[in-house]
Design a protein around this ligand. Structure first.
Ligand code: PAF
Length: 280
């Protein structure tokens, strides 16, 4: 496995690989890797000749400076995990390398970004759009891999790829969970022991909402009960609990056909903001 920190040298290497007809897969990450990322790398390696993992804590997608500062940075441990998973290339640029100049370009993803994460974290998806576009232009992957846990990010990246004709295949992999149901996330390692014990309630409340909706309870009533469930656990501070159309991400009043609905949640547990979702 080789680690690149410069855009020019990575480009040079990958252009030679493409010239030799090798397919390239990219798994964009912000590091602090867990088994969810590793499953994406393994999938990427199975489907491509060269598996590239980018590790870059992207400042332009953080609207909260404390969140950016506290975001775990564990490059050495990440590289060990990547090497064991069969990753070929790590791209770990500095902020100066990725942003020699502050970008002035602004993305507008329309209604996709006025809800949920976009509403709670203004500017977040602009930053995601910028960094993902830069990574696609630098790596020029044939396939790029994202996790379903970041459901709104997936919708935004799909739009980016189609509107800007990136000409790559997007692969969306299911959320990987701990045994107790907690969705794997780099932020989980910031939970203290007590918070970690409480954290699986997030998924339990999602599951219970899904069961009730499938039994025919109304969207309004299910949201009311889920909100009450969060309120009853003092450590949680609910940010949003939404039942939405999977493609438009707009709130729905009645679920559509199977597989077209999503229940999405974001909640603070102590200082840590957790998100999760279920598609049904
Ligand atoms: O999902 C993430 O880790 C980030 O948003 C991404 C896609 C790597 C862009 O910085």
């Amino acid at each position: 496995m080789e680690v690149f920190t410069s855009v020019a040298s990575l480009r040079n290497f990958l252009e030679q690989q493409t010239f030799q007809q090798r397919s390239i897969g990219l798994v964009p990450t912000m590091g602090a890797l867990h088994d969810g990322h590793i499953s994406l790398i393994q999938l990427c390696k199975r489907e491509n000749d060269i598996a590239v993992c980018s590790i870059f804590v992207n400042p332009t997608q953080f609207n909260n400076p404390e969140d950016l500062q506290k975001y775990p940075r564990t490059l050495e441990a990440d590289c060990a995990m990547l090497e064991a998973a069969g990753c070929d290339i790590v791209f770990a640029p500095s902020v100066e390398e990725m942003y020699p100049k502050q970008p002035v370009l602004k993305f507008n993803f329309g209604a996709l970004e006025t809800v949920m994460e976009g509403a709670s974290r203004p500017g977040h998806f602009n930053g995601v759009g910028i960094v993902v576009s830069k990574l696609f232009n630098i790596v020029k992957p044939h396939r790029a891999y994202f996790g379903q846990k970041d459901l709104q990010q997936v919708a935004i990246v799909k739009k980016l790829v189609s509107d800007l004709s990136f000409g790559l295949e997007l692969i969306i992999a299911p959320t990987i969970r701990e045994e107790d149901g907690l969705a794997m996330s780099s932020r989980n390692r910031r939970l203290n022991v007590e918070e970690r014990e409480i954290a699986p309630h997030l998924f339990q409340i999602l599951e219970s909402a899904k069961r009730k909706l499938l039994k025919g309870e109304s969207v309004e009533e299910v949201i009311r009960q889920a909100t009450a469930a969060f309120d009853s656990i003092e450590a949680f501070k609910l940010d949003y609990f939404e039942i939405a159309d999977l493609n438009t991400l707009q709130p729905i009043t009645t679920p559509g056909a199977t597989g077209t609905n999503a229940i999405c949640v974001a909640a603070f547990l102590g200082p840590v903001r957790l998100i999760d979702n279920i598609v049904f």
